[in-house]
Design a protein around this ligand. Sequence first.
Ligand code: NI
Length: 145
Amino acid sequence: MAGVQRFSVSVEPELLREFDRYCHRHHFATRSEAIRQAIRELLTREAWETTGKTVVGTLTLVYDHHRGPLRDRLLEFQHQHADLIVSVLHVHLSHDLCLEVLVLRGEAGRLQRVASELRGMKGVHKGELVLAGVADDSGHHHQSE
Ligand code: NI
């Protein structure tokens, strides 16, 4: 990791003890690791809530492909928003159920609306949107670490 910077934080002893227990439970090697992750999550969440920011996330869907016109509607909808969808993973879970993981990249507000519409379709058993991070518009994702 190039060019790290140290800073000190004042915190109540009880809060620090709780934080150390958290670090232990989640197997963080150091407090710094945990703090870095928390800061990234905070900034990602803020970007996610700010319209206009480009973000990346995944939408996991579990649905019954026998259920009416759902499969066609899902496909149609995905084609309409093809510019948002980076990749789709489809697994046939059982005779009835399909698992689909969509990697989405686009403007935060639009991405969330599209995810909600997909999740809300009749026959969808489960839909979970996970915000992965803020998109690096330069397209270089491996420089910083
Ligand atoms: Ni399937």
